[in-house]
Design a protein around this ligand. Structure first.
Ligand code: PEP
Length: 254
């Protein structure tokens, strides 16, 4: 697939996989995906498996991401993990503002913006998630909601930082539900996201930012979704938990 931006196919393992299970999965991916250079491949295990997975992917084409981090650098923040702690395990990316964290931990756009700045300060690339609920889509508010999430979650980033930020469009109604947005719905929102980046930053920056799609991506729909001009990768949940399905998504995206 000839794309303007290199695709980034990322697996968000969420709160799944013990260390032994994580190693099984990543060793299988390493075998299946050896030699793939056409797309960037990323796995985001739970914090508890980062250390072992980091060792298991040394000298491979698989990169490591985390699923969240604190906006603070250090101190009395019980249960939190800082960007510097993630760096110790060669983590390069961090998912921020996933809809599950927006919903269950009540993360706001302002908090996500602080986390994005803290990630950049530690040379981690944030993957900032945005997306509308079903009620918001059905009432014709998808663009308004996503526009506000972008403005709030990217507040304070320089153009250079924005270029090193990945966005993930994840319609909440398509996450873990088996419902995928239609290819046209995805491309339309991705084009809207890029127009919004032009107005928040500039044309050149907007052209360089990778915008992933997430929401029930599977081997069967990956090729068509990834072929859309403004879709620059996938953030995969359920189908990232098995070697076969995740590696087929990667291969079908090439
Ligand atoms: C996700 O949670 O980021 C996600 C896209 O999940 P799923 O692929 O299971 O819909």
């Amino acid at each position: 697939m000839n794309k303007e931006r290199k695709l980034l196919i990322a697996g968000n393992w969420k709160m799944n996989k013990t260390v032994a299970e994580a190693l099984d999965l990543v060793q299988g991916l390493r075998r299946e995906l050896a030699g793939v250079k056409e797309v960037d491949i990323l796995v985001c295990p739970p914090f508890t498996a980062l250390s072992e997975v980091s060792r298991a992917i040394l000298d491979s084409n698989i990169r490591l991401g985390a699923q969240n981090m604190s906006e603070n650098n250090a101190g009395a923040f019980t249960g939190e993990v800082s960007a510097a702690m993630l760096r110790e395990f060669s983590v390069r990316y961090v998912i921020l503002g996933h809809s599950e964290r927006r919903q269950f931990q009540k993360e706001s756009d302002a908090l996500i913006a602080k986390k994005a700045l803290a990630a950049h300060a530690a040379s981690l690339k944030p993957i900032v998630c945005v997306g509308e609920t079903l009620a918001e889509r059905e009432s014709g508010q998808a663009e308004k909601i996503i526009g506000a999430q972008l403005k709030g979650s990217l507040a304070g980033l320089t153009k250079a930082q924005m270029e090193e930020t990945i966005l993930a469009y994840e319609p909440v109604w398509a996450i873990g539900t088996g419902k995928t947005a239609t290819t046209q719905q995805v491309q339309d929102i991705h084009a809207f996201i890029r127009r919004t980046l032009v107005s928040l930053f500039d044309e050149a920056t907007a052209r360089r930012v990778r915008v992933q799609y997430g929401g029930s991506v599977k081997p069967a729909n990956a090729r068509e979704l990834m072929s859309q001009p403004d879709v620059d990768g996938a953030l995969v949940g359920g189908a990232a938990l098995e070697v076969r399905s995740f590696s087929d998504i990667v291969k079908n995206s090439i």
